[in-house]
Design a protein around this ligand. Structure first.
Ligand SMILES: Cc1ncc(COP(=O)(O)O)c(C=O)c1O
Length: 462
């Protein structure tokens, strides 16, 4: 099973070249240079509205969809998600600032994260719509902040459901009790203690419960057990006299065309270069399937406990932006080593612009000839003198020559937020739609790169 550019909704020109949003990828590379992030704006908007509609149609109660800014916080991209009716979920003071600058009122923002620092104070003072409280110490902190500032915070309790989606790398299993730091612990009674405490606190408004089991979830039923647990906690909360207004199932919905490597694949790939298999999009559930399972699970469990249907909240990132993003890389050199293999050296890879390539499968195409037979076997690397600067090992590709442009797919999620300049200016981001390209972020300049450095040249201000 091999992936085709049509799986992302992209097109192929008559001559066989990649076309995104009505513009040839190679033309974008020529105009804006490489590395270059390209955002298929219609694809992004389509995914956002489809996700929202899927949950709104499947669930019998109210739904609010948030967009997790951590996934891609490019202002122009966040703007698109807001236009499509999503609200911001933020995890850092910068993301809060960005959401506010984009015109979102505090009451529309949800905050989340295991160590919120200054963000917690801002959220309490300015009146965030929802504060997801991550553990007992943070509960103390929110309550103290509320008391000292005469505020009342609307909180969700993040529950660690001790539940790991099938095949998920332990490092990403945010719902695991052993492997992750997140949430209140059920087993040791932290959840029950917290619920009782909140019920007795005049400073805290209990809005409901939250969990997030990880990113790139590939089976709908991986949401079932965590939801059973959340609804059981909701039933417990009602016993302490509280109403559960919100059940937040987190984000994590995977995408059909990219996936995380499981632990064994990761070791074999990084250790001995054994290439993992691509995902098969035909085996992947649709967002409507995720919405159906989540909705049915909450509805059934609430009925069992005699609870009124709470508002369903989702906070995805990847499902909205991943497939809409493509990273274009220019090939600088092709290097053959007799008896060993052939390397293709590009101007970007894991060390600078594509860190997720280290632990996820992302398809790569030759922009000039996307359907050409993959007759060669290459190792594709980046420009950094660092041995982990890989794109692909042992990858079958059409013949590649210097000057070619490669397209790495599913580059919309967790790429730009994890990039580093490692001596190279960070790339621009361009949105394409109906044959028109609009710059969302210009390329970093050398001046940008030294703009925070002081005391090193004549004339700068210490
Ligand atoms: C608490 C929380 N919510 C939402 C998300 C978004 O997840 P995804 O991009 O997989 O939808 C994350 C990502 O790690 C998260 O930690």
């Amino acid at each position: 099973m091999s992936l085709r550019v049509e799986d992302w909704g992209f097109e192929v020109s008559q001559g066989g070249a990649l076309v995104i949003g009505g513009v040839r990828a190679e033309a974008l590379a020529r105009e804006f240079g490489t590395p270059l992030h390209v955002v298929d704006e219609s694809g992004l908007r389509r995914r956002a509205s489809r996700l929202r509609n899927a949950f709104e149609s499947a669930y019998a109660g109210q739904v609010t969809a948030y967009y997790a800014l951590k996934c891609n916080n490019t202002p122009g991209i966040v703007r698109m998600t807001l236009d499509e009716g999503l609200q911001p979920e933020v995890g850092t003071p910068y993301e809060w600032c960005l959401a506010r600058r984009l015109g979102t009122e505090p009451g529309q923002i949800m905050i989340n994260g295991p160590n919120k620092g200054e963000l917690l104070r801002t959220a309490v003072l300015e009146g965030a719509g929802l504060i997801v409280v991550d553990g007992p110490q943070e509960l103390d902190d929110v309550e103290a902040l509320c008391r000292s500032t005469a505020r009342r915070a609307r909180i969700l309790l993040r529950v660690n459901p001790n539940s790991v989606p099938k095949g998920m790398n332990r490092a990403s299993a945010t719902g695991s009790r052993k492997a992750s730091v997140f949430g209140f612990d059920l087993v040791s009674g932290e959840v029950s203690d917290a619920l009782k405490r909140i019920a007795g606190s005049p400073s805290l408004h209990f809005a409901g419960l939250h969990c997030h089991v990880g990113t790139g979830v590939r089976r709908t039923r991986d949401y079932q057990r965590p939801l059973e647990i959340l609804v059981a906690c909701a039933a417990e909360a009602t016993r302490y006299g509280m109403t559960v207004e919100v059940i937040n199932v987190g984000g994590g919905f995977g995408v059909p065309t990219s996936r995380e490597l499981d632990t064994l694949e990761f070791l074999l790939y990084q250790g001995i270069g054994r290439l993992p298999k691509p995902p098969d999009p035909r085996e992947f559930p649709s967002i409507e399937d995720f919405a159906a399972l989540v909705s049915e699970a909450i509805q059934r469990d609430c009925e069992r406990y005699g609870l009124a249907l709470p508002r369903l909240v989702v906070e995805p990132g990847r499902a909205i932006v991943s497939g809409a993003g493509v990273l274009l890389l220019g090939v600088g050199a092709v290097k053959q080593r007799p008896g060993v293999g052939t390397w293709v050296i590009t101007d970007g890879a894991a060390g600078t612009v594509a860190f997720p390539l280290y632990y996820e499968y992302h398809e790569v195409f030759l922009c000039a000839a996307v359907h050409a037979p993959r007759s060669e076997r290459y190792s594709l690397v980046g420009p950094v003198c660092f041995s982990a600067d890989w794109i692909y090992r042992n990858k079958r590709m059409p013949p590649i020559v210097p000057g070619d442009v490669l397209a790495i797919c599913d580059a919309g999620a967790y790429f730009t937020v994890q990039e580093s300049n490692f001596g190279f200016p960070r790339p621009p981001i361009v949105a394409v739609r109906d044959g028109k390209a609009t710059l969302l972020r210009r390329r970093e300049t050398f001046d940008d790169m030294v703009s925070r450095d002081i005391g090193w040249s004549d004339g700068d201000e210490p």
